[in-house]
Design a binder for this molecule. Structure first.
Ligand SMILES: [Zn+2]
Length: 208
């Protein structure tokens, strides 16, 4: 394994510091793992990734190669520069939360992307008093012409990856979604690890 490779454990979250111009590859090691993603500006954690502004500037409800993640102050934060599976990543649905799992019938507290976001930030010495909407990488949420959304297992395969470029100094938070009640992380309903590789020099070779 590459020395620059780190793991986000199944069902857990982790924060990564990035400088403007840095690239990170997020590898769907087992193929069907949804990765909730957020970015926070290094200079002010109150400036977060915003799916509202992202959809507005991209004029699209999906997130695809070549598109940018915009901040709550409408500044570019991340660009999706490569995507081995050419997916339409979800920007619409909320990160899972304790309450969502209660509504799904879980009697005991269930790990969630919302908790992972705040725990990962705390480990990085940071905190925000709210949970921004997440960019849901690999999450397969097709939208019908009538506006109805579906929730399907990811269309990615083991080893598929995306590469994001930081457009400002920021903290990237990733959550390997712990959803195991519905098949959003695959029919096996088993959350899996993901691999995160900080790339020293990205030459764009993987663009399809
Ligand atoms: Zn989740």
């Amino acid at each position: 394994m590459d020395l620059n490779t780190q793991t986000v454990a199944a069902g857990r979250g982790r924060a990564f510091a990035m400088k403007a111009g840095d690239h990170v590859r997020i590898v769907n090691t087992h193929g069907h793992q949804v990765v909730d993603a957020w970015a926070l500006a290094a200079e002010d954690a109150g400036e977060t990734s915003s799916m509202d502004h992202t959809r507005s500037v991209n004029s699209n409800i999906f997130f695809q190669q070549g598109m940018r993640v915009l901040s709550s102050r409408r500044r570019p934060m991340l660009t999706l520069v490569a995507d081995s599976a050419g997916l339409r990543h979800d920007t619409l649905l909320c990160p899972c939360s304790r309450e969502l799992y209660q509504q799904l019938g879980c009697a005991e507290p269930h790990r969630s992307c919302t908790d992972n976001f705040h725990e990962a930030l705390a480990e990085a010495g940071c905190a925000v008093p709210f949970t921004p909407a997440s960019l849901n990488l690999f999450m397969n949420v097709p939208v019908s012409p009538d506006g109805a959304v579906d929730r399907l297992p990811p269309a990615s395969r083991a080893g598929d990856s995306v590469v994001l470029r930081a457009e400002m100094d920021l903290t990237l938070v990733l959550s390997a979604c712990p959803q195991d009640i519905t098949p959003i992380n695959g029919e096996a309903r088993t959350p899996r690890d993901i691999a995160v590789v900080m790339i020293d020099a990205f030459d764009g070779e993987e663009a399809p």
